[in-house]
Design a protein around this ligand. Structure first.
Ligand code: MEV
Length: 343
């Protein structure tokens, strides 16, 4: 039996903008895991796998066939820590985590010897067959761990390249040129608080609702992208300078405002009432807060400096029905071994 696991993720800043090729976001991977168990079988096994798992299987199998390796049969079981006792997802990127863990399990089954960058690329090539607009930030977070700055590659170009030239060529093609995964230090003097609103959101529907092609949308897309880029760079710069502090808090607040304006312009509710309360409670008690990910439910995050009233925030969250997720950072094993920058 082969066992693999991959962590969930949280977007810190850069959501939606990162869907455009080359635009950055900051993410952190969390210590809640998705487990995959793969057992080899003598004959094909019918399985009720999700579309993400099936896409991962197809992508790895295409590479296996390209390398002339024999076909093998297997059964895949998954177990997730990324949902509550009743099976409701927290919005921590379970589809990405399962994709990353399945790619790694199949890599080991077939002895492909892929490195983490190749596994990430394969996971993204698989994912965009299911969700063509997905940025891949969650896959990078699940693959590389820790705090990262991520820039997405051109996925339309990747899909076209795979269709025309096959997966082995798509793994090394020029469409990756704008992709970057860069490790960031964790903030030193800020505590990351995560609140879950209890209502799941559909990332795909929300992202499709903010397509720049929609004529009714009065949003100035280049200005939105530039402002989001500024937030990401301000936060990354603050972390790299070894602190966090006022610049990081400003970046979080600015990013919240941007997501609000984006939602208003596109007529989608990114910041739900519950997320608004989550953020306002944290703000009133000295932290900076925003929705995390696509919004519309799921989680919000707060960065709390020393001196902010963390106990008060948690008490008020609980009173409002917001569940604190006690999450630590899933360490970055790849980078710890000497770096795997995707660029
Ligand atoms: C969703 O978790 C984050 C978005 O930026 C979509 C994506 O990055 O694929 C809204």
């Amino acid at each position: 039996m082969i066992e693999t696991r991959a962590p969930g993720k949280l977007f810190i800043v850069g959501e939606y903008a990162v869907v455009e090729a080359g635009e950055p976001a900051v993410l952190v991977s969390v210590d809640r895991l998705l487990h995959v168990r793969l057992t080899e079988r003598d004959a094909p096994v019918a399985c009720g796998a999700s579309e993400h798992v099936l896409a991962a299987i197809r992508a790895v199998d295409e590479l296996r066939a390209h390398r002339g390796l024999p076909e093998r049969h297997f059964e895949i079981e998954t177990e997730s820590e990324l949902e509550d006792e009743r099976g409701r997802k927290f919005g921590l990127g379970s589809s990405a985590a399962v994709t990353v863990a399945v790619v790694e399990a199949l890599d080991r089954l077939h002895g492909l010897g892929l490195d983490p960058v190749e596994r990430f690329r394969l996971a993204l090539l698989a994912t965009i067959e299911v969700s063509p607009r997905a940025s891949g930030g969650d896959l990078a977070s699940s693959t590389f761990g820790g705090w990262i700055l991520y820039r997405s590659p051109d996925r339309a170009e990747l899909r076209a390249h795979r269709a025309a030239h096959g997966i082995a060529s798509a793994l090394v093609c020029d469409a990756w040129r704008r992709c970057e995964v860069r490790r960031l230090p964790a903030p030193r003097d800020l505590e990351l608080l995560v609140g879950w609103t209890g209502s799941p959101a559909s990332t795909r529907q929300l992202v499709d609702g903010v397509s720049p092609q929609q004529p009714a949308a009065p949003l100035d897309q280049p200005a939105f992208l530039a402002a989001s880029r500024d937030c990401v760079e301000a936060l990354a710069g603050a972390l790299e300078r070894g602190g966090g502090g006022a610049d990081a808090l400003r970046a979080i607040r600015e990013a919240r405002g941007l997501l609000r304006r984006l939602g208003d312009a596109r007529g989608i509710e990114i910041e739900t009432e519950m997320l608004r309360d989550l953020c306002d409670i944290a703000e009133r008690r000295g932290a900076a807060a925003k929705p995390s990910g696509a919004g519309g439910g799921d989680c919000g995050i707060a960065l709390a400096p020393s001196g902010s009233d963390i106990q008060g925030i948690l008490r008020e969250w609980e009173h409002r029905g917001i569940r604190r997720l006690q999450l630590g950072v899933h360490a970055a094993p790849v980078f710890a071994e000497g770096g795997a920058d995707e660029r």
